[in-house]
Design a protein around this ligand. Structure first.
Ligand code: HEC
Length: 191
């Protein structure tokens, strides 16, 4: 009896060891991918925000709209080439209807971000990542801060409103208040 069951137990034990070590290896990979994605997001925000601030200070929001509309896609493109990741910004209420409309997966995550924010979580560290369709996908929420309100808030000055309408006739990205989720960085990498 003992002789008969020992090989079976041994096989079960080995399969277990294999499965456990496999899971921990892929957790390491996930940690690396998450860290890589987060570093790209920091670089994106860390490049765009100072440019936005400088443009606001030197020429006011109408001038800064020009900076946002050219610099933001440019930074995303350059970072994409440099890193090999696909990088965009998306929103449930897109300003740039050509680049910022979320796909089904992004829509679901943005809705979850909204729910998490309403439940009291700050956007500062709000992320979600998943392996889906042979890709690693990562999103980092962008919350509304005071500096955002002149272009995404409830009350826009008439010149800002006019400039936005000129560039983005189907703009939906206004009416936000502090702390709300404005959108998210969305990154993906083929595995
Ligand atoms: C000077 C005006 C201005 C300010 C201030 C501003 N934005 Fe924007 N925002 C824009 C413009 C213009 C676009 C469209 C950029 C493009 O064409 O890719 C945009 C696009 C975005 C997008 C991409 C999704 C979309 O709807 O097109 C996000 C996310 C975003 N802004 C978040 C923020 C956040 C967060 C802040 C504050 C930290 C902020 N913005 C401040 C003008 C502004």
């Amino acid at each position: 009896m003992i002789i008969k069951t020992t090989p079976i137990l041994l096989i079960i034990f080995m399969v277990n060891v294999y499965l456990v070590s496999d899971v921990s290896a892929s957790n390491d990979d996930l940690d690396t991918l998450n860290a890589e994605a987060m570093a790209i997001v920091k670089k994106f925000a860390g490049t765009l925000k100072p440019q936005l601030k400088a443009a606001l200070e030197s020429g006011g929001p109408v001038n800064a709209i020009e900076v946002c509309s050219t610099q933001a896609p440019d930074i995303a493109r350059k970072l994409g080439i440099e890193s090999g990741w696909d990088i965009i910004r998306v929103s449930l209420k897109a300003r740039n209807s050509h680049s910022a409309k979320p796909d089904a997966w992004e829509t679901k995550v943005l809705q979850e971000f909204n729910d998490r924010q309403v439940a009291g979580e700050s956007a500062k560290k709000m992320t979600h990542s998943e392996i889906t369709g042979g890709e690693f996908r990562f999103m980092k929420a962008q919350g509304v801060e005071p500096i955002c309100l002149s272009c995404h808030g409830e009350k826009l000055s008439p010149p800002v409103y006019e400039a936005l309408q000129r560039h983005y006739p189907d703009d939906m990205a206004t009416g936000y208040s502090l702390g709300q989720i404005r959108g998210a960085f969305s990154l993906s990498k083929k595995l």
